[in-house]
Design a protein around this ligand. Structure first.
Ligand SMILES: Nc1ncnc2c1ncn2[C@@H]1O[C@H](COP(=O)(O)OP(=O)(O)OP(=O)(O)O)[C@@H](O)[C@H]1O
Ligand SMILES: Nc1ncnc2c1ncn2[C@@H]1O[C@H](COP(=O)(O)OP(=O)(O)OP(=O)(O)O)[C@@H](O)[C@H]1O
Ligand SMILES: [Mg+2]
Ligand SMILES: [Mg+2]
Lengths: 253, 253
């Protein structure tokens, strides 16, 4: 059955989508069968892999209008498929709020296809609302992308508490696979301070791989391509490949 | 009565908070009486001006537990006050969903103090949910911070459509004061492409001021200070001062 990973941080713009797409593509390049699931109504992940957000996607699967199998679209990368996000996901918080088991709609809907994949990676929106709860109640592993900036640090404690609460009350299997520093620029004192502080608080959680600030990583989505296709020799490609190897070794433990 | 401005973009991490805080502080430095209102449950704006998110704030005012006057806290900057955000704002989407006039709670709650200020600036979360709707149904002006990156552009069309819809159905006074390019790095081809494209689509909306990527701007919040206090001579201070002057001249038209 698939390894189930979510990319989670309620802070905006910290690299969740960029990480989901490029870890997924690096894993696919290693020969893993990977499904990327976009659960963000802004559907950045969807366009970053040239998937079509007008076709039935994650929302339609969650509310039972489309079978999960039919919502898996191919991407430019062999072994990499995508379930599209669309604007309907924005209404889900309110649609589901009075439902029995409202946090388990995604888990139940995706169960039939979990054996078809080696990895299922879910890209979350910048919020801890009901949609993200659905992802957290399904997942086994959480990867927390963390921008090397002060404002990004503020939310980390709250995020850790939320994960602990979900683990206690709704999903005992949930575990933090790791904290990933993103958009790191080595000549910046603030970035180095952030890396040092977080590494000292959470020495076992922090990934060895640090993703550098790299303009090719921000260009790739405009071409609908993961970084390893857009620019195979870039620093962005190398670092996400190294991260994918760390992910593989951590899920095996 | 106060000029009523919101900092709006559903995309995360594009500089809404940094812009709200530093435009507010620059206006205060010009002698304007400025109230910063944090309507984001992550309360980044609150800590960026050393305000206390444990005191009654925007949530308590919205639900009528605290008078708006009592929720205005002083900041390190003369003439600059802040209404704090806190985690209770996260539940508001659901709390208000069945209320009569659910989009007008903020407008009604803040009305009593609008004559006390020259400017009221509201920092929004990265979403278009009910909390942000409350800000949009109260505001006169919208400032859209836009990161010079492809993924940030994707949401702009949807945001413009949402503003147009609100203007038509719920708040005819709503107007876009301008689009602001943030985190611009001039040697990046992508940044220049983004500025060119958006400027050609919306020539009258784009501010002349462009905020450069500037590490001092990302350090300032960790000291609880706006940029003009933290580092008065930095490029960040100069650009937000120039933006504040453009804002003053545009609201006068
Ligand atoms: N290492 C990097 N170097 C340069 N740019 C990057 C890097 N990682 C991400 N970006 C860019 O930064 C912006 C934010 O990244 P991204 O969209 O992945 O964050 P996010 O956490 O998914 O945001 P949101 O919370 O809005 O979903 C995007 O424009 C992206 O292309
Ligand atoms: N011009 C700039 N130069 C360098 N860093 C910046 C600049 N503007 C903002 N930042 C940093 O980028 C990050 C995102 O900025 P900010 O928090 O203001 O965005 P936001 O739109 O309010 O995010 P959210 O959607 O999560 O509320 C912060 O760490 C901030 O300090
Ligand atoms: Mg994203
Ligand atoms: Mg913010």
């Amino acid at each position: 059955s698939a390894e189930k990973i979510i990319f989670l941080n309620q802070k905006g713009g910290v690299g969740k989508t960029t990480t989901a797409v490029n870890v997924g593509s690096a894993l696919a390049q290693m020969g893993k069968r990977v499904l990327l699931v976009d659960i963000d109504s802004q559907s950045n992940m969807t366009s970053a892999v040239s998937a079509d957000s007008r076709l039935p996607g994650t929302y339609e699967v969650i509310v039972g209008q489309c079978s999960p199998r039919d919502a898996c679209q191919p991407t430019p990368v062999k072994n990499l498929f995508a379930m599209a996000g669309n604007i309907n996901l924005a209404g889900l918080n309110i649609e589901l709020v009075n439902e029995e088991s409202r946090e388990f709609f995604f888990k139940n809907a995706i169960a039939p296809i979990e054996d078809d994949w080696d990895y299922i990676l879910v890209d979350c929106p910048p919020s801890l609302g009901l949609v993200t709860m659905n992802a957290m109640c399904w997942a086994k592993y959480v990867i927390i992308p963390l921008q090397c900036e002060y404002l990004a640090m503020e939310g980390l404690n709250m995020l850790m508490r939320t994960i602990a609460n979900i683990k206690k009350s709704l999903n005992p299997d949930l575990a933090i696979l790791g904290i990933l520093f993103t958009m790191y620029s080595k000549r910046t004192k603030l970035a180095n301070d952030v890396v040092e502080d977080i590494s000292s608080f959470f020495p076992d959680l922090v990934f060895k791989t640090i993703i550098p600030r790299n303009v090719r990583l921000s260009e790739a989505p405009s071409h609908g391509l993961p970084i390893n296709v857009y620019d195979a020799s870039s620093a962005g490609t190398k670092s996400y490949q190294s991260l994918a190897e760390e992910v593989v070794s951590r899920v095996r433990k």
